[in-house]
Design a protein. Structure first.
Lengths: 353, 335
């Protein structure tokens, strides 16, 4: 994963934590923390799309926002293109902001209803460039062409557009300053099925023509399979599995990843009639009070006593695949590493269907 | 599903129009369908396709005005429920038709305990005493898989998680043992692992109770796993209807075909590019005079712009509203 040889890591996240304090009582004393993101480490290579999946409340959106420092970082580092975003003073942060942008989930809420489309798209240009009015308009038109919006609409307001078109406006705004890295936070979740493909294809085209790097946050595992090169699965503030796309979908290793994939309904009655689902019992525990040991131990169908005591680290189990589970061991343990017959047995357990 | 048995619900030519400041919106246009005993009918469509409005119209849950049910008949157990007076309709709704909404938080009253909300229909519609209702409510919570049921009756909605609240909603809908259960996007607000729990519960309840269910969703995956028969809606109309296996194997309407091709899959080969349905859904400001899908259809020809197609049979239990006739037994390439 940390290989500089083939492809350079544009984004390097190391042990990132974001805790939201809980204040309670008359004096609003600090009584605890919601551990929304609790120690995640990953890289995003230049030009790739990293999918970040998980259920609501697992911290995937918080990761996206903390990465761009829309939230202050509790601890850990976020290095984007050589600069540690996490510790940058405000003015220096402002200087690097053009490099990293965000596309939000709800195009209704993320566009100012009183601004015209041209004003919305030009706002980042006003803030970060010295372009003349004519130059700005030229750039706005260029961006509108890029995202497939008719130039005639430049003076219209967001409410005059459909959901899919609004999302195009959000994308044009994100592209205005030629960013290198874009966090797409559920960009298609609010759109109809027939419109989703239009937006996803647009994102892919832009990635190819502009060499963009994406963090694609979504709960739609089928769409993530389509768009992502590698996928990180989050559960309760931690990454439980990070794998190349095809390997993950063909054979998920972490018990949560297995259950999550098995729960996604497939649009095929024959498959649906025969497939074996892993139905998880219960609900996700509160991130303010995560369980001791492995975060997934309260719902894991393969739970062992060890899981309730010791937290499993995220380790590389095969080239490019990282899993945080006591019972998924490296497939080819290097000589001298802990392993042996017992570990082999565990692999079989972990890799079951 | 038992064929030949008389339908429990028979809807004919339903038309609903909303009067708004910007003019009329023809949300439901001549929708006809039936629901057989014990069957699960999936209704698929995008937002604005009229699927929810159809169901709300037929049980009289739309405020009139702005809604106006212009035409149609809805037979429930042989009676046209669009013609009964409001008081009687209320009784029918409680006793014979159960309803589950998308968002369990907004459909449960936050200031009453869950127990009171389950007991209310039991006492109003079945006339049970408080003690009887309480026993039955605990049974219902147990039935929908809520542990420690009797104790949980005293809990308030906010003390339940999203999935548990939806279970409570199902318990309320099932309280009076309805013949028909209408579920409007009941799992859309839930996470996939919780959705899987609810789908499993519904499969199980169907076995135990055998009521007929109308399941509204935009998720073709959910439909594939749970429905017996599917009705596809577009622009306020039913554009295609077929048994579930038939619909997925041999979709005939260009919209259904495009929809099945546009969604990415979890397994199988992965296409480099998603197939796109160009354009936007229609704005239904007048009564339909042409095919609602014509502007986005790759097969549209002259007739599609002049005449709204009627539904015509194309197979056993399979009908489609389209002028264009696809070659028989076309396979959708699962991209």
């Amino acid at each position: 994963m940390r290989d500089e040889g083939t492809s350079r890591a544009l984004v390097r996240v190391t042990d990132l934590r974001k805790h939201f304090p809980i204040h309670s009582g008359l004096l609003r004393r600090h009584t605890g923390d919601v551990k929304a993101v609790d120690g995640v480490t990953f890289d995003i290579l230049e030009g790739e799309t990293l999918g970040l999946v998980g259920e609501s409340g697992c911290g995937k959106s918080t990761v996206g926002r903390t990465l761009l420092r829309l939230y202050e970082v509790t601890s850990g580092s976020v290095v984007i293109d050589g600069t540690d975003i996490a510790s940058l003073p405000p003015e220096a942060l402002r200087q690097v902001r053009p490099k990293m942008q965000m596309v939000f989930q709800d195009p209704q809420a993320s566009l100012n209803p009183r601004m015209t489309l041209a004003q919305i798209i030009a706002e980042p240009l006003d803030e970060h460039t010295e372009l003349s009015r004519a130059e700005k308009l030229e750039r706005v038109h260029e961006l509108m062409d890029q995202v497939g919006l008719n130039r005639r609409f430049a003076n219209r307001f967001p409410h005059e557009f459909s959901g899919g078109q609004r999302q195009r406006i959000g994308i044009a705004r994100a592209l205005a300053l030629n960013p290198r890295f874009i966090v797409c936070d559920e960009p298609i979740a609010a759109l109809d099925v027939s419109i989703q493909a239009q937006v996803v294809n647009l994102l892919e085209d832009l990635q190819e023509s502009l060499g963009l790097t994406y963090l694609f946050i979504s709960h739609d595992l089928s769409m993530v399979r389509h768009i992502a090169d590698r996928v990180a699965v989050m559960y309760l503030g931690k990454i439980v599995e990070l794998s190349p796309r095809d390997a993950l979908y063909a054979r998920p290793l972490h018990p949560y990843a297995k259950a999550l994939l098995s729960a996604v309904p497939e649009p095929d009655p024959a498959t649906e009639a025969t497939r074996r689902r892993i139905i998880l019992t219960g609900d996700v525990p509160s991130p303010a009070n995560p369980p001791q040991g492995c975060n997934f131990c309260t719902r894991c169908p393969e739970v062992q006593p060890l899981c309730r005591e010791v937290e499993p680290p995220l380790i590389e189990v095969s080239p490019g695949r990282q899993v945080a589970c006591h019972f998924v061991q490296p497939e080819n343990p290097p000589a001298g590493a802990p392993g042996g017959p017992e570990a082999n047995e565990r692999i079989q357990q972990g890799a079951g269907p | 599903m038992p064929d030949g048995a008389p339908p429990v619900l028979d809807v004919r030519g339903l038309k609903t129009v909303f009067r708004t400041r910007g003019g009329e919106v023809h949300a439901v246009n001549s929708v006809s369908f039936d629901l057989r005993p014990g069957e699960l009918l999936g209704v698929v469509g995008e937002s604005g396709s009229g699927k929810s409005v159809t169901m709300m119209s037929l049980i009289g849950l739309l405020p009139q005005p702005p809604a106006d049910i212009r035409a149609g008949e809805v037979f429930l157990a042989g009676r046209d429920i669009l013609k009964v007076d409001p008081e009687e309709l209320r009784a029918i709704r409680g006793r014979q038709i159960g309803f589950i909404f998308q968002d369990p938080m907004t459909s449960l009253n936050p200031v009453y305990t869950v127990g009171m909300q389950i007991m209310e229909p039991l006492r109003v519609h079945l006339g049970l005493s408080k003690a009887q209702a309480e026993t039955r409510a605990a049974e219902l919570l147990d039935l929908v898989g809520i542990p420690d049921a009797r104790k949980r009756l005293k809990s308030y909605p906010h003390q339940f998680s999203g999935g548990m609240r939806q279970r409570v909603m199902i318990a309320i809908a099932l309280a009076c043992d309805p013949k028909v259960l209408i579920a409007d996007e009941p799992t859309t607000a839930l996470d996939v692992t919780i959705q899987a729990q609810i789908l499993e519960l519904v499969r199980d309840l169907r076995q135990k109770l055998g009521m007929a269910i109308i399941w509204i969703t935009h998720d073709l995956g959910v439909i594939a796993g749970i429905a017996d028969r599917v009705m596809v809606m577009y622009g306020g109309q039913v554009v295609e209807q077929a048994p579930v296996a038939e619909l997925f194997a041999h979709p005939r309407h260009p919209y259904t075909r495009a929809l099945l091709q546009t969604i990415p899959h979890l397994t199988g080969s992965r296409s480099a590019r998603l197939r796109v349905i160009e354009g936007q859904p229609p704005i239904m400001s007048g009564p339909p005079e042409a095919c609602p899908f014509r502007a986005r259809c790759t097969h549209a020809f002259d007739r599609c712009h002049l005449e709204n197609p009627e539904r015509r049979p194309v197979g056993i239990g399979h009908d489609v509203a389209c002028h264009w006739s696809p070659p028989v037994a076309v396979e959708v390439a699962h991209a």
